[in-house]
Design a protein around this ligand. Sequence first.
Ligand code: GLV
Length: 330
Amino acid sequence: MSADRFRVFVARAIFPEVLDKLGRHFEVQSNQADRLMTPEEMRACLQGASGVFTTGSERVDAPLLAACPSLRICANMAVGYNNFDLPAMTAAGVLGTNAPDVLTETTADFGFALMLAAARRISESERFLRAGLWERWRYDLFAGADVHGKTMGILGMGRIGRALARRGARGFGMRVVYHNRNRLNPDLEEESAAQYLPLDGLLREADHLLVVLPYSESTHHRIGAAELRCMKPTATLVNIGRGGVVDDSALVQALRSGQIAAAGLDVFEGEPRLNPGLLDLPNVVLTPHIASASQPTRLAMAHLAADNLIGYLTLGKPLTPLNPEVLVVR
Ligand code: GLV
């Protein structure tokens, strides 16, 4: 079959130039109006489609795959892919791709920004100022925690974790400790200037804990009430990994009771809905899943997802396959 006869569905609004690029290779149908689609509508849009451009929000699972037998590739415009049931995709011979690397530095920048904002009480103090409550200087007005020279704990030492470590160690003179399923090899540890600790040691020693884990059954509530109890009362917790890795209800309790000092959250359990307790707390900085959202990085992520569709459907060569065993089978 010639490549120009493949049909591709773009499930969410994306940059027009990326849509144009896909249009040069495929017959493209897109949800440029960015309507929220039910699974049934998604299935209907995928009839006859060989590829789908997804973001982290669209679920690809066994029922969808069974209903869309023409599908060959799902290209996620996200590094995380917990919206994919990858074993089901592999069983159906459908390739999954994600968008790693291009967002690493931008996402690490944002993690750092959330850590600084939470530790130095930036959102809280701005709300106070905007509310017209600032009457005079005071010695302890919004006095928070220091970041420079403190201990940064990183839970999840992939590419983004290591980029955070470099910033902490080299930019802010921090001691960096980390925990990961697998310890890094000595070269990577040295490059990251980071020391491995077991999880309980990490929790006890971190002044600022940055959670960068992907979500899976095995990382569900990795940080819960028991883990929060191990942390310092002066500590901040930042989650830029995935909602559900931190137990948000337990976090609300810990922030409310002063078990930890502050938090910065970009991802939430059940997002875009939030645990209502979070909204009432002054000592938490909340952002709507935008850690990778610089203009150039979001554009690069969209191009990478599009290039995966083009590479696979036209040449059989995706750039960032998640289940390459599918390539062997085909
Ligand atoms: C964003 O959360 C991503 O996984 O890219």
